[in-house]
Design a protein around this ligand. Sequence first.
Ligand code: HEC
Length: 138
Amino acid sequence: MLKQLLLAASAIVVVVVVSVTSTAQVTKGKTRLATTSQIMRGFVRPNHTNLHQGTEKLPTNKKEWQALATNAALLNEASYLLMDDDRCPDDDWANAAMTLRRGSAAAVRSIKVKDTKSMAAAFRMITHSCAACHDMHK
Ligand code: HEC
């Protein structure tokens, strides 16, 4: 009896795991409107591009430093967005999102103290996250 119950329970687990995997969305979340492509074009790429420019040619005034910090903070926010709404299909995606989160957090910290060497390293880590996810899912 116990054995049958356990078998039934594990069958249910298998069904749940399979259905969670197959309903995970890559091109769009489950309920929200924005497609992954729109999030990439309108949110992720612009902030990545601006962060790149500000890492190469450093800000010259307070306003520009603030703008750069905003770019890094929004990329950090994107790392959460990419995990929301059942968008994440697997570990490759989750790991890339986590790399984006860590890299952008490092960028926020290094911009705050204007540590240009750490800024460059953080930017490389962020860019690595783009490639890691795109290699598997784009
Ligand atoms: C966790 C996964 C993931 C991460 C991290 C990620 N992307 Fe994407 N990206 C995608 C997927 C999936 C697509 C394809 C979406 C589609 O075609 O529906 C995409 C597409 C794009 C596109 C093309 C959009 C279009 O339709 O024209 C650009 C540009 C882009 N990503 C930029 C970036 C940049 C820059 C980064 C890093 C800062 C990044 N992405 C990080 C998943 C990711």
